[in-house]
Design a protein around this ligand. Structure first.
Ligand code: ZN
Length: 211
């Protein structure tokens, strides 16, 4: 059982098993190209071990692109930290990371992203207002994620996320989330950013000093 929307996505192409040279424990790369009513999108797969085993709960990270941190190493958010954490864990335990290029700037693009970062720089009220608006209008749909998981025959996952919406999207589409694994940086300089996400977006974030 899955959202009718998932059926509107088609897979145009896929590539697997390209070595990500230089990584510990030989991570592999793959790619999916999808189409939704003529809008094409590409998605990277970073993985280790077997990812086609329906009976085995696979370690999974659904990763939205963040060009500012992933390409330019901005420290304004935790995205690149999360990406590295997930890749390290997958290289050790086996698992799969799906990187959605088209999710940059909450799927609204790089220019929109910089406008949002300007609000963050200016202080709390503009940034938090933006987050509140974004909560209801999040354009990052996870239909392509579901389509890829279905194509791979993945039925059970151990999901690395702080975002309950990602878990709900999987469960709604028949993916059994047997475990949710938090992925929270304790960097003090990101405390305000993460606290906003917790209060406004409902992300499941716990800091060490609260335990
Ligand atoms: Zn980011």
């Amino acid at each position: 059982m899955s959202d009718a929307n998932v059926a509107e996505y088609s897979i145009l192409d896929r590539v697997f098993n390209i070595p990500l040279n230089g990584t510990v424990n030989s991570l592999r790369m793959g790619s999916y190209k999808t189409s939704h009513h003529g809008n094409e999108a590409e998605h990277a797969l970073i993985y280790s071990g077997v990812i086609h085993a329906p009976e085995f709960p696979i370690l999974l990270r659904i990763n939205s692109a963040c060009y500012t941190s992933d390409i330019f190493h901005s420290q304004s958010c935790d995205c690149n930290w999360q990406l590295k954490q997930a890749m390290d864990r997958i290289s050790i335990e086996g698992g799969l990371l799906i990187y959605h290029f088209h999710h940059e700037g909450k799927a609204l693009g790089f220019t929109h992203k910089l406008r949002m970062m300007q609000l963050l720089e200016e202080g709390s009220s503009g940034w938090e207002t933006w987050l509140r608006q974004h909560y209801d209008t999040d354009t990052r749909r996870f239909y392509s994620t579901i389509k890829i998981l279905q194509d791979l025959g993945i039925q059970k996952v151990r999901l690395m996320t702080n975002n309950p919406r990602k878990r709900e999207a999987l469960v709604r589409n028949g993916i059994d989330v047997v475990e949710t694994i938090p992925i929270v940086t304790q960097a003090p300089e990101l405390r305000f950013y993460l606290t906003s996400k917790r209060h406004i977006l409902g992300h499941e974030i716990q800091f060490d000093h609260e335990i």
